[in-house]
Design a protein around this ligand. Structure first.
Ligand SMILES: Cc1cc2nc3c(=O)[nH]c(=O)nc-3n(C[C@H](O)[C@H](O)[C@H](O)COP(=O)(O)O)c2cc1C
Length: 368
């Protein structure tokens, strides 16, 4: 017998947006938007998830308007007439079936590969030009470049609102540009954007949140995604204690983040010794803001191993439901399980656990 799934199917409201349930499609890069323009196939892909009871869709990372935000011409852009027109179609299709959707706005920073980008001649941007500790590829960003990048995030949020999206998520996780500022391994600056304290290295992110608030006002849902781990180094724990996490999140919360999306590779892992709370549990407790968890929901293996070709079996979700019911977090993002199966949420709602699909890496090749 599985636990009753009702807690997953209770509505949730934050900053004026009411979601029909707690299930969120996690942002997943698909690289299926030639010239950065999401087409009809991309719109249909998201519509299929909305049609089958996914409460909120967060799109794949979509890049803000600077010449070096993207390293992949097939990653959708979030600027320019054709790309924004493509996104409007995505919104219309998702709204047409009663769904909700937000873009994840993104800048790859030093993780961009210039050779594969549309501007191979331009160096990538990062706080200190480091891709990872000891690997310097560029000059540190100038203050003017920082200012322009902050503005680009603000502009993207304004465009999201204009296009009819239900809110916006900022990608501050996984070792991309915002996280490169957070991490002392990649931010060696000694001006106001760097320093020994994590809270000082957060200034870039805080300015981005402030720029977004200036553009969209207070009444527009804003989610901020962050992770302790970096794809460059899974072992990094930039906030090693609850106090450090509280100090890190407070200025972001004060600047206007409505919800923290706390990226773990396995949602059930406790964040700090002495408590079962996961990262989303701590973020909610420390900020008083709602939070979203993520990481291997209904799958046996984690996502980075999937990129290396590992398959995952479908699993039960009793532990997830128990934590949700206890109020540890408010929303649950589901990545690969929704990538392979548009009907994941509906199957869970109807208790069809025996029909949940395993994740096979081949699924990454197509938009089905
Ligand atoms: C194919 C793929 C692409 C991803 N792209 C992004 C992305 O663009 N932005 C992001 O924040 N996370 C990205 N992720 C991470 C997911 O959002 C999610 O955190 C991760 O897959 C763990 O959830 P899961 O175990 O349910 O798949 C990606 C994951 C996958 C599998």
């Amino acid at each position: 017998m599985s636990r009753p799934v009702e807690p997953l199917f209770e509505p949730f409201t934050f900053n004026g947006l009411t979601l029909p349930n707690r299930i969120v499609m996690a942002p997943m890069t698909r690289s299926k938007s030639p010239n950065g323009i999401p087409g009809a196939d991309v719109a249909a892909y998201y519509r299929r998830r909305a049609e089958a009871e996914t409460g909120l869709i967060i799109t794949e990372g979509t890049t803000v308007n600077t010449p070096v935000a993207s390293g992949d011409p097939n990653v959708p852009k979030f600027w320019g007439e054709d790309s924004l027109k493509g996104w409007k179609r995505v919104v219309e299709e998702v709204h047409g079936v009663g769904g909700k959707i937000m873009p994840q706005i993104w800048h790859m920073g030093m993780m961009r590969n210039p050779a594969k980008s549309t501007h191979p001649d331009l160096q990538s941007h990062g706080p200190s030009g480091l891709m990872m500790p000891g690997k310097q590829h560029s000059e540190p960003m100038t203050k003017e470049e920082i200012r322009q990048t902050v503005e680009a995030f603000g502009r993207a949020a304004a465009d999201a609102r204009e296009a009819g999206f239900d809110g916006v998520e900022v990608h501050g996780a996984h070792g991309y540009i915002i996280d490169q500022f957070f991490w002392d391994g990649t931010n060696l600056r000694n001006d106001e954007y760097g320093g020994a304290e994590l809270v000082a290295r957060s200034r870039f992110a805080v300015e981005i949140v402030e720029a977004i608030r200036r553009e969209v006002g207070d009444d527009y849902p804003l989610i901020f995604r962050f992770s302790q781990w970096k794809q460059q180094d899974f072992s990094v724990k930039m906030a090693p204690t609850p106090d450090a996490l509280a100090a890190f999140l407070k200025p972001l919360s004060d600047a206007g983040v409505d919800m923290f999306h706390c990226s773990q590779r396995r949602f059930w892992e406790p964040e700090f010794e002495g408590s079962d709370l996961n990262l989303a549990g701590w973020a909610k407790k420390l900020t008083g803001k709602p939070s979203m968890t993520v990481g291997s929901v209904s799958l046996s293996g984690e996502f980075i191993a999937s990129f290396a070709g590992e398959a995952s079996e479908a699993t039960g979700i009793d532990d997830l439901i128990e934590r949700l019911e206890a109020g540890e977090f408010d929303l649950v993002a589901v990545g690969r399980a929704l990538l392979v199966d548009p009907a994941w949420a509906r199957k869970v709602h109807t208790g069809a656990f025996d029909q949940l699909m395993p994740f096979k890496p081949e699924a990454l090749a197509t938009l089905s």
